[in-house]
Ligand binder design. Structure first.
Ligand code: PLP
Length: 308
């Protein structure tokens, strides 16, 4: 039997400035916690490489945005920063990384609305080793399918209570979409709006690249769906766009339709842990050519690797 991956767990607790250490292999939440009974809460997933958390400020800012959308009062960013640093360093002390090339930890921040009737949210930081699947997807690429999310692309503004731009704990639909894709033999999903716009993956942002303009002249253009279409603003997309702009890429924001992805020179799903996963096929149709895709993936992955 393989032993479970080591997890470091720290609860945010006013009596413990660097977080209260808890045993992740033992029950820690009350069954009346609203995160459990209603999925009422928010989270972030970050990657630490060589002990350093990438894009920490962007994640803390998005956590604050999600908290605002849910009217959740959460601890200050400095409190999170201390607990995150403590969790990562404790994990590396207790489990010294054997292979420097695979020295990656997933760091999760979770806040629930707390126990029913209690005044304060429940909040914790959790650090665990990154699995191999992200690394595999970066290397081999992925096959994806389009799935209808059932909402139109204007719904986020019209119905803010749907919390579409927040990273909430209610991910059962996203996980169901992934299971549906796996049953079809695909690796992942690109959601479409009911009015036919490209949205996002269940745990990732969609990117596409063009290396030729309409008249055939060479360009380097990176495009993502527009951020106000009811998608989560990706911290990876934001950071990669900044690095790509500095490296001379043109940037664009949708609206995108399925055909735009099928006509692209390369398409990726990007997120904090898997990084840049090239999309080989969508609904069985090959995207671009393998040589161009490989070259662009190497260039953008290099830019993205330089981000801290
Ligand atoms: N969109 C959704 C729905 C997500 O869940 C995620 C990450 O989990 C992303 C996009 C990508 O966000 P990030 O790049 O900040 O990891």
């Amino acid at each position: 039997m393989t032993s479970p991956a080591p997890v470091v767990l720290l609860f945010l607790d006013p009596d413990f400035p660097d977080g209260r250490v808890a045993d992740a292999s033992k029950p820690q939440l009350l069954v009346t916690d609203l995160g459990v009974t209603r999925g009422d809460g928010i989270f972030e997933t970050m990657l630490a490489v060589g002990g350093s958390v990438r894009k920490m400020q962007a994640h803390l800012d998005r956590l604050a945005g999600s908290a605002g959308a849910l009217d959740l009062a959460i601890p200050e960013q400095d409190v999170w920063r201390r607990a995150i640093t403590a969790a990562v360093s404790r994990h590396r002390t207790e489990n010294p990384p054997a292979d420097p090339a695979a020295d990656e930890l997933v760091v999760k921040l979770v806040v629930t609305r707390g126990v029913e009737g209690a005044p304060a949210p429940t909040a914790w930081v959790q650090a665990s080793p990154a699995g191999a699947s992200g690394r595999r997807q970066r290397e081999t690429g992925i096959d994806v399918i389009f799935l209808d999310r059932g909402y139109d692309s204007d719904v986020a503004e019209r119905a803010p209570w749907l919390l579409l731009g927040a990273k909430t704990l209610s991910y059962a639909v996203n996980m169901a979409a992934l299971r549906y894709a796996h049953k079809q033999g695909a690796d992942d999903v690109i959601f479409l709006s009911s009015d036919g716009r490209v949205l996002e993956g269940p745990t990732s942002t969609v990117l596409l690249a063009h290396v030729k303009s309409d008249d055939g002249t060479p360009v380097k253009r990176l495009i993502t769906p527009q951020l106000d279409s009811g998608i989560l603003p990706g911290t990876s997309q934001g950071a990669l766009f900044a690095a790509a702009r500095a490296a001379g890429w043109e940037l664009g924001y949708g609206p995108l339709e399925p055909q735009d992805l099928l006509d692209a020179d390369a398409v990726w799903l990007i997120s904090s842990v898997r990084l840049l996963a090239p999309v080989n096929t969508i609904d069985g149709k090959q995207i671009g050519t393998p040589a161009v895709q490989k070259e662009l993936t190497a260039e953008l992955s290099g830019l993205f690797a330089g981000i801290h």
